[in-house]
Write a protein that binds this ligand. Structure first.
Ligand code: ZN
Length: 331
């Protein structure tokens, strides 16, 4: 076993690939696709480590002790190459892809592969994707390309169609419960899974970053605003002290729940089952149209915050908009 993390909800995908490898039917190009928070990148690393190891164990994992595995552990394996954006959120450019494919001198040992990993694949710009396409059209027998993407539809169809897609879906709660308990997510486990849309690694992120507290606090703030019990500027001042992404994501999740509850879907799956009654109360008397209008405001906040516009002004707009839509009987 090497250093790559393994998760119980990957078992099916792992076994499928291990069988294919044992039968000599490993695809030349794979696309690991599915929502964030499922550990696809860890799966890719595990796969990559095992592919360069010439003596995998029974489960198909890297042996962890051969010369090849020592190189992967040190991050110096010549047959293991990866491309990620220079900074998170930036594009992967053609030079990076050319570099990846041109410098690859096959040194793979008997029974092992050379691995190219691109993550996130949808970050490739058009020129980079075209350069990669050339490689995909002329696959060499012991080279495996692994693409990882949480937004596979943003990938060029020409790339997607040349890859074997390995899907990662939201696992069932019974398949992640024990693992999450092991990670220390005990009492709030169900709430953490709900707020993270069922993705276990996101659930841990939610716990670390205090998503549940943020939502509780925010729904209370929105309620006091709605009831005109507080000065909106005081609330905006509070909002400014908190990390904007945390606040903005929490607003969006609360609003999504409000919309579902306003639709009368009382038994529907929502992000915040722990404060369902509070949200029900919060949404009372606000019709759907007005909620959608508020949603537009939030999307604008998202767009503008990436341009570093005045955050305080935007938060004031949000608060005002909320006051508008919660005005009794008004628009
Ligand atoms: Zn090994």
């Amino acid at each position: 076993m090497n250093g790559a993390r393994t998760y119980p909800w990957h078992t099916q995908q792992w076994q499928r690939l291990s069988r294919a490898r044992a039968a000599g039917r490993l695809p030349h190009a794979m696309l690991l696709a599915g929502p964030d928070g499922l550990g696809k990148a860890d799966f890719a690393r595990r796969l990559s480590d095992s592919l360069v190891c010439p003596q995998v164990d029974e489960a198909g994992d890297a042996c962890g002790s051969c010369a090849s595995c020592r190189q992967t552990q040190a991050g110096t394996h010549p047959d293991q190459r990866s491309v990620v954006p220079e900074e998170p959120g930036k594009m992967i450019k053609i030079d990076a892809i050319r570099d990846l494919t041109s410098k690859s001198v096959l040194s793979a040992q008997e029974g092992a592969y050379r691995v190219f990993l691109i993550h996130p694949a949808e970050a490739m710009n058009r020129a980079a994707a075209n350069a990669l396409l050339k490689t995909l059209e002329e696959p060499s027998s012991r080279t495996v390309l692994i693409l990882v993407s949480s937004h596979p539809t943003r990938l060029a169809a020409t790339i997607r169609s040349r890859c074997q897609v390995l899907k990662f879906g939201i696992p069932q709660v019974k398949d992640v419960r024990a693992w999450l308990v092991e990670q220390g997510a005990g009492v709030e486990l169900d709430e953490l899974l709900a707020i993270s849309g069922g993705a276990p690694l996101r659930a841990l992120q939610a716990r670390e970053q205090g998503w549940l507290d943020e939502s509780r606090r925010l729904s209370q703030e929105l309620l006091t605003l709605k009831q005109r019990k507080t000065n909106p500027l005081a609330i905006v001042e509070e909002w400014e002290k908190r990390p904007l992404p945390l606040l903005s994501d929490s607003l969006k999740r609360c609003l999504s729940d409000l919309v579902k509850l306003a639709n009368g879907l009382r038994d529907t799956v929502i992000y915040h089952p722990g404060i369902r009654d509070d949200l029900q109360c919060l949404g009372e008397g606000i019709d759907l149209q007005r909620l959608y209008g508020f949603n537009d405001e939030l999307l604008r906040l998202d767009r503008d915050s990436s341009h570093n516009l005045n955050v305080q002004m935007q938060l004031e707009t949000i608060a005002n908009r909320w006051l508008q839509i919660t005005r009794p009987g008004g628009q």
